[in-house]
Design a protein around this ligand. Structure first.
Ligand SMILES: C[C@H](O)CC(=O)SCCNC(=O)CCNC(=O)[C@H](O)C(C)(C)COP(=O)(O)OP(=O)(O)OC[C@H]1O[C@@H](n2cnc3c(N)ncnc32)[C@H](O)[C@@H]1OP(=O)(O)O
Length: 690
């Protein structure tokens, strides 16, 4: 018999304790064992289906269980009041995100249960008996929304409370857009939702979201008593949706919403959920909470079906998938405890890594080749730590402790008692234990480790090398640099390729260019531009003069005086057909820059440099700031369509040369109608560097 996912115990005091039981986060549904299919199977392009055996979906079992227990408690004469809680020290991580993925894979929105009115309004909030939420650990998304439907909320210290739904491309769908502003005011509610920024129970108590904070061991006792006190009218019986005291007047609310809309335009220009969230809140303010709940449910379902939600949900799971490495994490190994590490090299990367370790309580031996470099590295680390203090992310005491954990070294004698020396790329000789230890330590310092094989540029820099190359080709074909940058920013990257070059410095561009030209001479464009820029006294942001002008306190401005330098470079490269600038649409510019990246990503997949396609998605989002709402480079290419990518590259290769020539992997996938993200066995000849 299947284990129940919601339990109920009625005590002698007449309080029924209803408990969510769905480890690890008490998600509101159940991930049936049959749903635990390889992720790649579930995330593939809808135009291509693998046959999936035994897919059984038990999507709303937790929700159905809750309703059943509440109905029973309401009926029973021996129950005076209810307490809703979660097992295992975590109230609930919200609605089961696997269900979103299932809806995306099938296109069947009816899998999404109608919970908001039926469960939260009718069953919990309008229950004839008082209900108190006893929250601990975390109450996120639908979890917090259930708690807000209760008549009071008692929390353990340091409980995380938030509505992060916008990070999944949707809005809260169990009444959160209506109850949160009613409990803690419109401005704060907007901040929590728009920025998906959780608060701690201590702040929640100050703001009115939480009624009392009690030690974990007293949580149930106090909650039971609170529920009885409400039933005996010693404490108020409050329904959040009916409250209006924190909303303010209509004109005040409209002002707040207007400002929030402007802010949303800036922080999330390309996605629909931020504006939709504000619209739904406004509906509730004008027409009442219940109407707000109805509109919220409708908009929620519309948003679930968008490409934004598909991309973001993919990224959620892809990121977690990186910690599942075949023959490493599935062979019963245990990570070793790492107390002290050695970092070789105190440059930008080494000092950053060392900082992350010492602030996570891990001793570091920083090795450099001479005392000048060592001093520089140590100073950078000190500055990093002090900046964390200035930004309020670390207390002064913790900063001092962190710095005391750093030791400089010029030879290897201090390495004798370290647990780990940072080497970060997997070769044939790397043991499973070493990879597991590195992944664990990576998580300790709050990074997302992605295991990659060895090749020039590894996974991400290798895949994104053609990004700058193709942008340079376009410039030499006569396209304006600033137009390119603007289009790439509008696509969703934080900045275009030329502003990025200014930021990282031309030295980096020259050094990286040489490496790639050696490794892949058949697909490298030898641009004279960087040399000319340097000769013209430009070094990007470092000296305030590049493609843009950099002045303290103002945004980078395009520098018209760079145009003659570009003209000279065009003259030298001489690649414009008939010596004339090409005519090209905005869409083509974006595609001509990103499709070569997809092409290189295909080679990375074909060579087995990453474990799975979704790892490259995660790395492109976290390492290259590829927009997460587009799901990562491979996911995006699958949405655009491998055939379109292939046909375009083929056309450009005929016109502009071999740089654009489609790879064998892309050709096979595109002509066979197979998504790029499908596992290696779906096409012949894939290799592995792992
Ligand atoms: C209608 C409603 O308004 C809609 C919603 O509620 S949408 C859901 C809103 N909730 C969220 O966005 C929370 C998402 N989860 C998280 O942020 C984090 O998982 C967490 C803070 C809860 C826990 O973090 P952490 O302890 O680091 O564990 P983490 O590795 O992320 O998660 C543990 C496992 O739980 C799963 N999980 C976490 N939250 C989940 C959820 N809401 N649904 C399904 N699975 C979930 C993860 O996929 C992971 O599975 P795995 O072990 O098989 O990889």
């Amino acid at each position: 018999m299947a284990k129940p996912h919601v339990t109920m115990e009625v005590g002698n005091d007449g309080v029924a304790v209803v408990t969510l039981v769905n480890p690890p986060v008490n998600a509101l549904a159940i991930p049936s064992k049959y749903l635990l299919l390889p992720l790649s199977v579930l995330t593939i392009n809808l135009r291509f289906f693998f046959v999936i055996d035994c897919v059984e979906f038990d999507g709303d079992a937790v929700i159905a269980g809750l309703k059943e227990k509440f109905d029973e408690a309401t009926r029973r004469n021996d129950v005076k009041a209810l307490v809703l809680t979660g097992k295992g020290g975590r109230f609930s991580g919200g609605f089961d995100i696997n269900v979103f993925q299932k809806v995306h894979a099938t296109g069947d929105i009816s899998l999404m249960p109608d919970v908001s009115v039926d469960l939260v309004v009718n069953t919990i909030e309008d229950c004839k008996k008082p209900v108190v939420a006893a929250v601990e650990g975390l109450a996120l998304g639908g979890g917090l929304e259930l708690a807000m439907g209760c008549h009071a909320r008692i929390a353990a210290p340091k409980t995380q409370l938030g509505l992060p739904e916008l990070t999944l491309g949707v809005i809260p769908g169990f009444g959160g857009t209506q109850r949160l502003p009613r409990l803690l005011g419109l401005s704060k509610a907007i901040e929590i939702m728009l920025f998906s920024k959780p608060i701690m129970s201590e702040e929640g108590k100050k703001l009115g979201l939480i009624d009392a904070i009690v030690p974990s061991q007293e949580l149930l006792k106090v909650s039971r008593q609170w529920a009885l006190d409400i039933s005996e009218r010693r404490k108020p019986w409050l329904r959040s949706l009916h409250r209006t005291d924190k909303i303010g007047s209509l004109s005040e609310a409209r002002e707040v919403l207007k400002a929030a809309r402007q802010q949303a335009k800036k922080i999330a220009p390309n996605v629909p959920q931020h504006q939709a969230c504000l619209d739904v809140m406004e509906e509730g303010i004008i027409h009442g909470g219940y109407n707000g709940v109805l509109k919220e449910a409708k908009v929620f379902k519309e948003l679930v079906m968008t490409e934004t939600s598909k991309g973001l949900v993919h990224v959620f799971f892809a990121q977690r998938m990186t910690s599942k490495i075949p023959k490493v994490t599935d062979v019963g190994l245990k990570p070793r405890h790492i107390k002290k590490v050695a970092v070789i090299g105190g440059g930008l990367m080494g000092s950053g890594i060392a900082t992350a370790f010492i602030v996570s309580n891990i001793h570091v031996v920083l090795k450099e080749i001479n005392s000048e470099y060592l001093q520089k590295g140590t100073k950078t680390i000190e500055a990093n730590v002090r900046s964390l203090v200035t930004r309020g992310k670390l207390t002064r005491d913790k900063a001092d402790k962190a710095l005391s954990m750093l030791k400089g070294a010029l030879d290897y004698s201090d390495f004798k008692d370290v647990d780990m020396v940072i080497e970060i790329v997997r070769t044939e000789k790397t043991s499973a234990q070493a990879i597991l230890d590195l992944m664990t330590v990576g998580k300790t310092i709050k990074k997302v480790p992605v295991v990659v094989g060895n090749c020039t540029g590894f996974a991400v820099n290798r895949a994104f090398f053609p990004y700058t190359q193709s942008a340079l080709i376009l410039v030499h074909l006569g396209v304006d640099v600033f137009r390119i940058d603007k289009l790439i920013s509008s696509f969703g990257l934080p900045m275009g390729p030329f502003q990025l070059q200014d930021l990282s410095g031309y030295g980096v561009a020259l050094a990286v260019g040489k490496e790639f030209a050696n490794a892949f001479p058949d697909r490298t464009f030898q641009s004279p531009l960087i040399d000319l820029l340097v000769k013209d006294g430009r070094n990007g942001k470092t000296n305030g003069k590049g493609y843009y002008i950099y002045e303290k306190g103002s945004k980078p401005r395009p520098d018209p005086s760079v145009l003659p330098v570009i003209e000279e470079s065009r003259r030298r490269a001489n690649i414009m057909p008939n010596g004339k600038p090409i005519n090209i649409t905005d869409k083509e510019i974006v595609e001509m820059i990103l499709f070569p990246v997809v092409n290189e990503a295909c080679r990375v997949l074909d060579e087995g440099v990453v474990v799975r396609a979704s790892d490259l998605d995660t790395a492109s989002v976290l390492g290259m700031s590829f927009p997460s709402y587009r799901g990562g480079i491979v996911f995006w290419a699958d949405l655009v369509g491998p055939k379109h990518v292939y046909d375009s590259l083929k056309k450009w290769s005929q016109r502009f040369g071999d740089f654009y020539k489609p790879s064998k992997f892309l050709e096979e996938r595109a002509t066979g109608g197979i998504p790029l993200s499908a596992p290696a066995s779906s096409s012949s000849g894939s290799r592995s560097r792992m």
